[in-house]
Design a protein around this ligand. Sequence first.
Ligand SMILES: [Zn+2]
Ligand SMILES: [Zn+2]
Ligand SMILES: [Zn+2]
Ligand SMILES: [Zn+2]
Ligand SMILES: [Zn+2]
Length: 411
Amino acid sequence: MDSRAFVTVLKRVYHKVYHMTISCTKITTGKKMELVRATTQNTQISCAIKASNELVKNLHRDGLDRGCVATFNDSMVLRQTFTKDETSLYRSLNGLRNFVSGGTRLYDSMVDVVKTFQRNGNRSRPWILVVVTDGDDNRSSRSLKKCAEEISQQFTKDSSNFLFLVGVGDGVDSTKMEQMASIGNFIYFPVKDFFLLELVFLTIAHKITTSLSLSLGNVTVGDYSASWAEVQKHRNLSQVAIDYALLIDVSASMNNVIKPPSPQCFEGHDLKKKYHIGNWYCDVCGKDSNTTVSQYHCGICNFDACPSHCKSGEKCKSESTCRSRHPLRYAQSPGMWMCDECGKYYYGRSLKCFRCDYDMCSTCLAKEDLALLMTTSVVTGQCPGQVTQKRNDNPSKFYYDNLFRYSAKVF
Ligand SMILES: [Zn+2]
Ligand SMILES: [Zn+2]
Ligand SMILES: [Zn+2]
Ligand SMILES: [Zn+2]
Ligand SMILES: [Zn+2]
């Protein structure tokens, strides 16, 4: 048994023993956010429904706050008037996929919902309106400017009312939306795709709850250190009951199927299927393949990875890094090379950083793993299962990185 295999076995044994004695820290770290994963076909509307469910679940205090569900295509329709009953809201949201058809009457519909607040909203409460659209307005009778002015007059003029407009995908004209937001005195969020809608809702919910429990000042966007658990905590502490409405686009394009984001190479390029002329090896773990098909290939970096390293929307994780923390990839050296850690000379494949011209041998990699195992699990008493996450210090950071990358701009 070589030292690398030994470390792997040791990790497994230690992990088992650990779990027999005390509970795993992984389990007790609380609720982590799961983005929508493609198990069956995801449509834009199914993503919007899932994200809305999550928003209601965490924002709404049953029997206290009041929620309202509305849709728009050729016209605005109130699907559920203001209600304290959470169950009615879920029922309404989950039925929305049956209404998808027609055009995008965005501006007029926003004003329609504002008028619903005027008629049925409780004036002693803050009002919150969240609007989701995937396209450009093509049905409104009033102009963008006219609608924005009415929204400002009847809704956002009051500093305890908040309006968030979320534009998802390339079909949305962000310049127009920003113009509308600045006249209408509300916040516009551009988002690259529907997989990120839940994250945007979380950001919105966090903004709402933190500003309500502190003061009723203006919402400033740009803080991402939020979680649904934190939103719930703020809600439960708050004395302020809210009236909120969701206005969701059900135009025909909301039935479009959305593909989950590709896995990515170390540099963040999308990985695609590729037929190699000869055999290839995995740049992450160094294993040789026995087929000519690589499911996950980056043409820019000439990078291949086994499926086991690849997760939708995530960068492959390298086994180790150079001293400047660049990910190391397996590379075939034409001649002899020297390990920058132990100074020994080798032939064949090395773990390499091309930027720094740094090479590491397998013995040094195994030593590094062992050292890490000792410090994280033995010294601090943490679950060694987390050793595998060594390069991913903050698990939720990925989502925030993606939010920045997928957003049309950083808001
Ligand atoms: Zn591999
Ligand atoms: Zn690449
Ligand atoms: Zn070495
Ligand atoms: Zn480097
Ligand atoms: Zn564990």
